[in-house]
Design a protein around this ligand. Structure first.
Ligand SMILES: [Zn+2]
Length: 109
């Protein structure tokens, strides 16, 4: 799932929408809606000066998703699982979790 930096539309894979975990999809939509707002505010969404997990626009988007995840009663372990992507190193995941105050102690190091 992502936001077009051309027109601010949310782009979602049909496969993910049909087969993904419903909570993950819901949290992703919250995350992406933050990017839509950022786009409308004229912010640079893909600032390559930053690593993905350090980019202020990503931290802001993830923080809203994590807040909603906590409202849903998800555990830190489940939130960590949500934050994990296949291309993210454990170090990056830990750094992202730390920025979001999510406990990453369950990660094997
Ligand atoms: Zn994002």
């Amino acid at each position: 799932m992502g936001v077009s930096n051309i027109d601010g539309h949310i782009i979602i894979s049909a496969f993910y929408l049909n087969n993904g975990d419903l909570i993950d999809i819901y949290l992703d939509i919250i995350h992406e809606l933050v990017h839509v707002k950022q786009f409308m505010d004229g912010k640079e969404l893909f600032d390559r000066h930053y690593n993905y997990v350090d980019r202020p626009t990503e931290i802001e988007a993830f923080s809203h998703a994590v807040k909603e995840a906590r409202n849903l009663g998800l555990t830190d372990e489940r939130i960590l699982d949500y934050l994990r992507t296949e291309w993210m190193t454990d170090e990056d995941l830990k750094r992202l979790a730390k920025s979001l105050n999510v406990n990453s102690e369950t990660l094997s190091s």
